[in-house]
Design a protein around this ligand. Structure first.
Ligand SMILES: *[C@@H]1O[C@H](CO)[C@@H](O)[C@H](O)[C@H]1NC(C)=O
Ligand SMILES: *[C@@H]1O[C@H](CO)[C@@H](O)[C@H](O)[C@H]1NC(C)=O
Ligand SMILES: *[C@@H]1O[C@H](CO)[C@@H](O)[C@H](O)[C@H]1NC(C)=O
Ligand SMILES: *[C@@H]1O[C@H](CO)[C@@H](O)[C@H](O)[C@H]1NC(C)=O
Ligand SMILES: *[C@@H]1O[C@H](CO)[C@@H](O)[C@H](O)[C@H]1NC(C)=O
Length: 211
C-alpha cells in the first residue's frame, strides 16, 4: 500500500517534470542566432568613429568594411546612418539580441544611454531590466548592460532575407520611406515587424540589409 502510494507519487512527479520540460521547450522562443546583424546608428553632432567603435566594441576597420560610403578617416557626417556589425544571439532562450557593455559617464541615466548614446536602438525599459543598479543611482564610470534586439529573419515570412538592421526611425521616416530606401515591399516590412506602427519613438524595426 505504502509502496503503491509512493509509486503514484513518483508517477505524478515524473508527469509533472515532463509537463514542465514541455512548457520550457515551448517557451524557449529562439534556439540559435546568426553571426551578423547591423545596428543602424544615427550619427549625431559630436560622435565619431572612435566613439562608435568604443560603444559597440567593434574595431574601426570592421565598421568600415560594412560602410564603404565612409571616407577612411575619423570624420563622419552627422545626420547620416552607419551600419554597425554585431552578432545576433539567442539570449536566455527567449529572444534575439546582443548585450553591449557600456561604461557610464557622469550624469548618465538609462534613458540617456538608450536615447543618446545608443541612438534609440533600445529603450529605457529594456536597459533597466538587464541592470541591477537602481535607475536613480547609476554609478559613474561603471559597466552597464545595454541590450539591443535583432533578428536573423523569419522563414515563414520570406526565405530571401537573412541579414537585418535594427533600425530606429527618425522623425519623418515611416513605412513608405523605409520601403523606398531599402527596396523592400511595404507588405514584407510589415510582416517582419508585426505590431509595429513604423513611427519615430515607437521602438526600432527590423529592415533587411544588403551584405
Ligand atoms: C570623438 O567623440 C568623443 C565623444 O563625443 C570625443 O570625446 C572625442 O574627443 C572625439 N574624438 C575626435 C578625434 O574628434
Ligand atoms: C531618440 O528619440 C528621442 C525621442 O524619443 C529623440 O529626442 C532623440 O533625438 C533620439 N535620438 C537620436 C540619436 O536620434
Ligand atoms: C526587445 O524584444 C523584447 C522581446 O520581444 C521586447 O519585449 C522588447 O520591448 C524589445 N525592446 C525594444 C527596445 O524594442
Ligand atoms: C550585466 O549582465 C550580467 C549577465 O546577466 C550580470 O551578471 C551583471 O550583473 C549585469 N550588470 C549589471 C550592472 O547589472
Ligand atoms: C505608434 O505607437 C506608439 C506606441 O508604441 C504611439 O506612442 C504612437 O502614438 C503611435 N503612432 C502612430 C502614428 O500611430
Amino acid at each position: 500500500m505504502n509502496n503503491n502510494i509512493s509509486n503514484t507519487k513518483r508517477h505524478i512527479l515524473q508527469l509533472g517534470l515532463c509537463v514542465l520540460f514541455f512548457i520550457v521547450k515551448i517557451e524557449s522562443k529562439c534556439s540559435n542566432g546568426c553571426d551578423l546583424a547591423f545596428a543602424s546608428y544615427y550619427v549625431t553632432q559630436g560622435s565619431n568613429l572612435t566613439y562608435i567603435s568604443n560603444i559597440f566594441g567593434q574595431p574601426i576597420p570592421m565598421i568600415l568594411k560594412y560602410n564603404p560610403q565612409i571616407p577612411r578617416s575619423d570624420t563622419i557626417e552627422s545626420g547620416t546612418r552607419i551600419n554597425v556589425p554585431f552578432s545576433c544571439l539567442c539570449l536566455n532562450g527567449d529572444f534575439l539580441g546582443h548585450t553591449f557593455i557600456y561604461h557610464t559617464q557622469v550624469g548618465d541615466t538609462y534613458s540617456k544611454v538608450a536615447k543618446e548614446v545608443f541612438a534609440n536602438l533600445t529603450d529605457e525599459y529594456w536597459v533597466q531590466v538587464v541592470n541591477r543598479f537602481d535607475p536613480a543611482q547609476i554609478p559613474d564610470f561603471a559597466d552597464v548592460n545595454v541590450t539591443v534586439n535583432c533578428t536573423c529573419g523569419d522563414k515563414h515570412v520570406s526565405k530571401d532575407y537573412g541579414l537585418f538592421a535594427t533600425y530606429p526611425l527618425q522623425p519623418g521616416e515611416d513605412l513608405w520611406s523605409l520601403s523606398t530606401d531599402s527596396g523592400v515591399p511595404m507588405m514584407l516590412l510589415e510582416r517582419f515587424n508585426p505590431g509595429s506602427n513604423f513611427s519615430a519613438g515607437s521602438g526600432p524595426v527590423f529592415v533587411p540589409a544588403k551584405g
